[in-house]
Design a protein around this ligand. Structure first.
Ligand code: KIV
Length: 275
């Protein structure tokens, strides 16, 4: 059964935790989906973990549609949520609706995610009015890296904490079906989760959130450029992959791969005629 906005709603009502992981291609989406993860975020973290950019700012709508469509082909049950890239919704409400529409129509996502609180509420309202579910994202919003002056925990002071609560309430009021809380102190994230009726999905926001999201390369040890404090490495596949690649190099060099079982046969009589 496909996860929908109703699944999110019911999970919050029943106090059941919601799971979300990122994916950016067909085969990973299939694995994530088959493992029972309820929602797949095609994050604009794509820019860093797949495309090698130093931040998420250069990711385009074309990049997103290309990867969202691949993920959508692999995810049979998980809800596919497409991130709206930098400058695809900040520029105007019109741009926001058009670009959200493209992620649904061309990418075949079931929902979109965008960063920001009070300043993007008009965009959220308009996208929701166009029948597209929106997941909001507040706290550390990586598209605002230059405005923040770096990746820092958000909402630590009294004013900042109050502001974050207001933002969460505002995006709920605007019609978001869920909100990602990124790099928010655990107690504040728990309080926000109690104060709003839509699910909070935490990343670096502690166990009091209604669900959790991680970038899959982080939790599998596949991306070593930067490992945030909040990441738990559930496996170290990076080491495994490197060992596999090194074995391949060794066997090709020494001629032990490919072996007989990896080859195709042809009648000797035909080969003889070719000499
Ligand atoms: O782009 C992304 O992967 C995200 C998650 C970190 C929430 O926004």
């Amino acid at each position: 059964m496909r996860t929908t906005v109703n699944t999110f709603k019911k999970a919050k009502e029943n106090k059941e935790k919601i799971t979300m992981l990122t994916a950016y291609d067909y085969s990973t989406a299939k694995l994530v989906d088959e493992a029972g993860v309820e929602s797949i975020l095609v994050g604009d973290s794509l820019g860093m973990v797949c495309l090698g950019y130093e931040d998420t700012l250069s990711v385009t709508m074309e990049d997103m549609i290309h990867h969202v469509a691949a993920v959508a082909r692999g995810a049979k049950n998980a809800m596919v949520i497409a991130d709206m890239p930098f400058m695809s919704y900040q520029t105007s409400v019109y741009d926001a609706v058009v670009n959200a529409g493209r992620l649904i129509k061309e990418g075949r996502a079931q929902a979109v995610k965008l960063e920001g609180g009070l300043e993007v509420c008009e965009q959220i309202k308009a996208i929701v009015k166009a029948s597209i579910p929106v997941c909001a994202h507040i706290g550390l919003t990586p598209q605002s890296i230059n405005a923040f002056g770096g990746f820092q925990v958000q909402g630590k002071g009294e004013e900042a904490a109050k502001r974050l609560i207001e933002e969460a309430q505002a995006v709920e009021e605007a019609g978001a079906f869920a909100v990602v809380l990124e790099c928010v102190p655990e107690k504040l994230a728990t309080l926000i989760s109690e104060k709003i009726s839509i699910p909070t999905i935490g990343i670096g926001a502690g166990a009091g959130c209604d669900g959790q999201v991680l970038v899959y390369q982080d939790m599998l040890g596949l991306y070593s450029d930067f490992v945030p404090k909040f990441v738990k490495q559930f496996r170290n596949l990076g080491q495994e992959m490197k060992a596999g690649f090194a074995d391949y190099v060794k066997e090709v060099k020494e001629g032990t791969f490919p072996a007989k079982e990896h080859t195709f046969k042809i009648d000797d009589s035909i080969i003889e005629k070719l000499y």
